[in-house]
Design a protein around this ligand. Structure first.
Ligand code: FAD
Ligand code: NAD
Length: 468
């Protein structure tokens, strides 16, 4: 194959890589993106954000039709699950999104190079596909190779009985019992999907709380609400072994601090204890690129590695493993390489858990503020006092706003409730502009909307919520 020379090459086509390639092309660079998988879009579009949200949306509709429409006076009779239809919906959504990236590449004249990239020097890569290798030369190379499942010692993932999130997106039957190891984002989202479809789900979490990165009140409330929905929790517990057989999995559980072991049976076990940066096969040593002590590509805060022509973004580097973080880094690094300035405020990266209800956060948690010894005020408003939430029969949860006690600047916001992931955007924007809780409180919010709960929480910072 012919050798090719580019201004800008991105390795990996996930949300970090494909956005970076598009921005680079917009800025006038001759750009290529190398992807080893058959479709574009990376973890997020193929086996992450998009398929999980397709199943969350579909399973939510099933549960709603089965259990919640009666309360609205809508009688739907017997509701049946068509699992194959639901999985087909997910596959269709994934294809529309991955095809969409291919279209955007064409539109922006980005070359999609199919194969696995390995460095041969600071400006050269060898790309191998189906046994054939080609050499790619580039002035600038961005590593956007993402992450992979963190394995759990002694537990072999076979993607049949013991699955990762990838296997949990395509089970061909609803398990009667499912044990989820890890009460984080994936455990709660995928556990929720299969519970709605009829599985009895137990979440085993090593720590004494679920969603460890979130505000303590939100995670407590989430546990209580999910328990009401039937999910079971074993906190401060570790799984020391899991043996799969034809008929199921036998797990051994122990208290996290040590103590007597017990066994448990499950049809399916989902391992969701985190993800780790993926740099396998890149031959980084050939270019001299250094990793940090956690195996991530080491960068300087502006995405530059220790090698001047090589940059890195997304799950492969430090920071929250979220698609929107990777996307923003992709745009910013292209702009930096083009000689523009770029900055990412990691305090303002929102996090959303797409369970029912959703949980969303931005900025500092109350625990972080306490630890920092910050003087802060709290405004809190429950959805049970919001007219629109009542009309929707969705009154679980609250909005909580944390503001500086002296300046009133918003320091953080934490929402659990209907559309929390959408509601948080208003507060992210407000914080981006350095708003005070008074600014949010004095902004006219349409009635009747869920957003009014945000305004009421902002009023609550000064002790003057109206509807409670
Ligand atoms: P990735 O999306 O992982 O893409 C990396 C790409 O690089 C892959 O396509 C890979 O094949 C390719 N690659 C790797 N090495 C090479 C090589 N040597 N040569 C060529 N190609 C290579 N985040 C959210 O913000 N919201 C969500 O709702 C959400 N849901 C998720 C649900 C699940 C089940 C999972 C697993 C993750 C979820 N995430 C979510 C996290 C999100 O998927 C990641 O943060 C995001 O995909 C990271 O983007 P990235 O571009 O850094 O890497
Ligand atoms: P996570 O970090 O969100 O949660 C892992 C959980 O497993 C934690 O609660 C941790 O304490 C627990 N844990 C760790 N070791 C354990 C052990 N040995 N036994 C029992 N529990 C253990 O990780 P995840 O859920 O695997 O998701 C991976 C990443 O993907 C997340 O960090 C997140 O950034 C991203 N993601 C995001 C979304 C979203 O934005 N909605 C959805 C899915 C995944």
């Amino acid at each position: 194959m012919a050798d090719s020379t580019y201004d800008f090459v991105v390795i990996g086509s996930g949300p970090g890589g494909y956005v970076c390639a598009i921005r680079a092309a917009q800025l006038g660079f001759k750009t290529a993106c190398i992807e080893k998988d058959p479709t574009l879009g990376g973890t997020c579009l193929n086996v992450g954000c998009i398929p999980s949200k397709a199943l969350l949306a579909a399973s939510e509709k099933y549960e709603e039709a089965q259990s919640h429409l009666g309360a609205f006076g809508v009688d739907v009779g017997n509701v049946a699950l068509n699992l194959l239809g639901m999985l087909a919906h997910k596959d269709k959504v994934v294809k529309a999104n991955t095809d969409g990236v291919a279209y955007l590449f064409k539109k922006n004249k980005i070359d999609w190079i199919k194969g696995t990239a390995a460095f041969t020097g600071p400006n050269t890569l060898s790309v191998t596909a189906e046994g054939e290798a080609q050499t790619i030369t580039a002035k600038n190379i961005v590593i956007a190779t993402g992450s992979e499942v963190t394995p759990l010692l002694g537990i072999a993932i076979d993607e049949k009985r013991i699955v990762s999130s990838t296997g949990a997106l395509k089970l061909d039957a609803v398990p009667k019992t499912m044990v989820v190891i890890g009460g984080g984002y994936i455990g709660l989202e995928m556990g929720t999907v299969w519970q709605r479809l009829g599985a009895s789900v137990t979440v085993v979490e090593f720590l004494d709380r679920i969603l460890p990165g979130m505000d303590g009140e939100v995670s407590k409330s989430m546990q209580r609400i999910l328990q009401k929905q039937g999910m079971k929790f074993r906190l401060a517990t570790k799984v020391s072994s899991a043996q799969a057989s034809e008929t199921g999995v036998t797990l051994t559980l122990e208290p996290a601090k040590g103590g007597n072991a017990e066994t448990m049976q499950a049809d399916i076990v989902l391992v969701a204890v985190g993800r780790r940066a993926f740099t396998g096969g890149l031959a980084l040593e050939k270019a001299g690129v250094k990793l940090d002590d956690r195996g991530r590509v080491a960068t300087n805060g502006h995405f530059a590695t220790n090698v001047p022509s090589i940059y890195a973004i997304g799950d492969a580097i430090d920071g929250p493993m979220l698609a929107h973080k990777a996307e923003d880094e992709g745009s910013i690094v292209a702009e930096i390489i083009a000689g523009q300035s770029g900055h990412m405020d990691y305090n303002l990266v929102p996090g959303v858990v797409y369970t029912w209800p959703e949980a969303a956060q931005v900025g500092k948690t109350e625990e972080q503020l306490k630890q920092e010894g910050a003087a802060y005020k709290v405004g809190k408003f429950p959805f049970s006092a919001n007219g629109r939430a009542r009309a929707m029969n969705m009154t679980d949860g609250f909005v909580k706003i944390l503001a500086d006690a002296k300046t009133d600047t918003v320091l953080g916001a934490h929402i659990i409730g209907p559309e929390a992931g959408t509601l948080i955007a208003e507060i992210v924007l407000a914080m981006e502009f350095g708003a005070s809780s008074e600014d949010i409180a004095r902004t006219c919010h349409a009635h009747p909307t869920l957003e009014e709960a945000v305004k009421e929480a902002a009023l609550g910072v000064d002790g003057r919520s109206i509807h409670i």
